[in-house]
Design a protein around this ligand. Structure first.
Ligand code: AMP
Ligand code: MG
Length: 338
């Protein structure tokens, strides 16, 4: 059946979330271009530190202007940045943030970052300023992820992916893309620098593949974030033969929503079997898949519950699919005891 969803591009939260992510992700891309250079040593994480702080400062400051009373649960806090040892980091961060918010002072940058120290309430915004920090440093995939949650359910999600073009091709230093979903209004994609009136946005739809032999798995690039061996066993149990797609960050959700893959699992890493997913790592991506016609649950088939604080305490891992494969994927997970 054809989807007949319609996004209201004039709705204040939709407009605000798109604008905030567009500005934060565009700034992150500039920081990556200017700071992740050949001269960077292997252990130097300063570019992603600056980008994390700068992107959260931009969103925190814009939220304060648009919806001053609302809760923001952000991944970062400014405590370290305020210390004398980090003066240089704060100076660099302030220089970048002032490209978006002219005249902002270092103190205001810290306050804008700390706009995100709230704990989740009945309704709240949640932000991952740079999701996929390792991808950012490899000049690969990363995303700014922003979402609005009401009563434990994600209602709006936006991803800004500077190294993924709006035709879903990976492109370092390309145009990037902006992806949005709103409950009941579908999932949509446009170039990162698009006008936000909706004219450039195209609707996303998950893949209609149903043959397990053709199911493409999306998986983390970093093996420490999942159980890589068990994913191989899962694929054999499912009967899958297609090559997996390995990628950092929530851009994997954008690919699943666009039909470029069928199954995305976050299994528990054997090193951290009690790990619980952070809300900002899953909120925006999961609604984008659901609104494109897919399904997202935990490994036991439970709905994700965003009312449990900063982590998904009541859920174990993630199973996201095009919908068609969901029951088969959960059954295969049970069989391999994931
Ligand atoms: P990905 O890029 O898909 O590998 O996921 C990146 C996210 O994984 C980061 O934002 C972290 O919050 C999260 N992460 C960190 N450690 C773990 C872990 N042990 N298990 C699962 N996720 C983790
Ligand atoms: Mg993250």
């Amino acid at each position: 059946m054809e989807q007949v969803n319609r996004m209201n591009w004039k709705e204040p939260r939709v407009k605000f979330a798109l604008q905030a992510v567009q500005q934060a992700a565009t700034l992150a891309a500039a920081i990556q271009n200017e700071m992740v250079t050949e001269a960077l040593t292997k252990d130097d994480r300063s570019p992603v530190t600056v980008a994390d702080f700068a992107a959260q400062a931009v969103v925190g400051s814009l939220l304060e202007g648009a919806f001053p009373g609302e809760l923001l649960v952000g991944e970062e806090r400014a405590e370290v940045l305020r210390s004398p040892q980090e003066r240089r980091t704060l100076e660099q961060t302030t220089t970048f943030v002032s490209r978006v918010i002219s005249g902002i002072t270092p103190e205001e940058v810290c306050d804008s970052i700390d706009r995100g120290v709230d704990e989740p309430g009945e309704n709240y915004w949640t932000l991952d300023p740079i999701d996929g920090t390792k991808g950012f440093l490899r000049r690969a995939q990363y995303a700014t992820a922003f979402a609005y949650v009401e009563s434990g359910r994600v209602m709006l999600g936006v991803l800004g992916c500077p190294n993924l073009n709006h035709d879903l091709q990976e492109s370092r230093g390309g145009n990037g893309c902006l992806v949005i979903a709103s409950r009941g209004a579908g999932s949509w994609i446009a170039p990162l620098d698009a006008e936000l009136d909706g004219s450039r946005f195209k609707q996303l739809k998950v893949s209609s593949r149903s043959d397990p032999g053709e199911a493409r798995l999306l998986r983390s690039y970093e093996s420490g974030h999942t159980d890589a061996d068990l994913i191989d066993i899962f694929q054999a149990e499912l009967g899958g033969r297609a090559d997996p797609v390995r990628m950092d960050s929530q851009t994997k959700y954008a690919l699943l929503a666009s039909g470029k893959g069928e199954i995305y699992l976050r299994l528990l890493s054997p090193a951290k079997p009690d790990y619980r997913e952070k809300i900002w790592d899953q909120a925006a991506g999961s609604i984008i898949v659901e609104e494109a016609g897919g399904k997202v649950t935990d490994l036991d088939g439970r709905q994700l519950d965003f009312s449990q604080g900063r982590t998904l305490k009541k859920n174990r891992g993630i199973c996201a699919t095009n919908g068609i494969f969901h029951e088969r994927a959960l059954k295969a997970l049970k069989a391999v005891r994931a």
